[in-house]
Design a protein around this ligand. Structure first.
Ligand code: BTN
Length: 329
């Protein structure tokens, strides 16, 4: 049997045996149901075990589903995913250079809106402003979502903000923790960065072809999992909440939050989401330095407007900025 067929079969066998947790399924009946020899059934179950599923086999030739791994497997992500668009098609990898790069290639060759690209590990995770994103395996979240909204490209920066809101809401859903959004794309827990968003756009002058929203989040990192140079400025959801998080569940909650924000954003623009953006924003009424290319301006942040721009009072004038890097001291 070829690999693709065996993987598809494994997904179906899995769906069957996990449909009744704790219930033993006879190998004879399973083999008959899936039209397999008992040998092929055993190797399919072996594949599931290799993926990290725990399946108990007893002496009577019965198999019982015990538990699922906390791994980014397409079947695991789809199981109980409540979204209608995002994650309906999933490309899940063990290791890639960058999920954003793969998502761009897929979107360019016609992948549908909502396609999710996810990896356990990235070798060249990309951040904003040419930086890299540290992407160790088993503890983080590295994913990219392909979106194809019909709106004008100038609205695209708002996508970073609504994605940040979706991440912040997801973190907040786990417990009492101080979550903030640092415009334009960082999510902070207790003042330290835990997630970043890289939004990439393909557009004509007045038409958006597609948007890739890439999210990198430190989920189950212990302090020692963070590189030395990041320990003062970065954190993880686990450190913030003092508990280990099931990453697949975090992803599912995030995708649902993102889809809800996105649908509202498409219908009503940023206005409706602005309340939450402002609630989470760490910069309102703060003195900042804003670096835009080679220029740096100083001022006080007044607002984030309905285009997602940072509104700053600087040298007696009020100006709105689309992009830039903010420092607060
Ligand atoms: C930043 O804070 O500068 C943005 C970081 C974005 C990182 C994510 S990880 C998944 C996706 N793939 C990438 O190469 N980058 C984004």
């Amino acid at each position: 049997m070829d690999v693709v067929r065996q993987e598809a079969l494994a997904d179906r066998v899995l769906a069957k045996i996990r449909s009744k947790p704790g219930h033993p399924f006879s190998s004879v009946k399973l083999a008959r149901l899936f039209k397999l020899s008992e040998e092929d059934l055993a190797s399919t179950l072996g594949l599931l075990t290799d993926w990290g599923y725990k399946i108990k086999a007893d002496r009577k030739g019965q198999y019982t589903f015990v538990s699922a791994p906390d791994s980014y497997l397409a079947a695991e992500i789809s199981n109980k995913l409540k979204t209608k668009i995002i994650g309906k098609r999933i490309y899940a990898y063990k290791s890639v250079q960058s999920t954003n790069t793969i998502a761009i290639q897929l979107a360019s060759s016609g992948a549908p809106e909502g396609t999710l690209v996810i990896a356990e590990h990235q070798t060249k995770g990309r951040g904003r402003l040419g930086r890299s994103w540290y992407s160790p395996e088993k503890i983080g979240l590295y994913c990219s979502v392909i979106l194809k909204p019909k709106f004008h490209p100038t609205l695209a920066p708002g996508m970073s903000l609504i994605t940040a809101v979706a991440v912040a809401d997801t973190i907040a859903s786990y417990g009492d923790v101080e979550v903030k959004i640092k415009w334009p794309n960082d999510v902070l827990i207790s003042g330290r960065k835990t997630a970043g968003i890289l939004t990439e756009l393909s557009a004509e002058i007045d038409r958006t072809n597609f948007i890739i929203v890439g999210v990198g989040a430190n989920i189950n990192h212990k302090r020692t999992d963070l590189p030395e140079e990041l320990r003062k400025t970065a954190t993880s959801v686990r450190i913030g909440l003092n508990k280990t998080i099931r990453r697949v569940e975090f992803l599912q909650r995030f995708l649902l939050n993102l889809e809800n924000e996105y649908l509202v954003f498409k219908r009503r623009g940023l206005e409706k989401c602005r309340k939450k953006i402002l609630k989470y924003s760490s910069l309102i009424s703060t003195d900042v330095k804003l670096k835009i290319g080679r220029r740096t301006i100083s001022g006080n942040v007044l607002d984030i407007d309905r285009y997602g721009r940072l509104v700053v009072e600087t040298s007696g004038e009020i100006k709105a900025f689309n992009a830039g890097e903010v420092t607060t001291h």
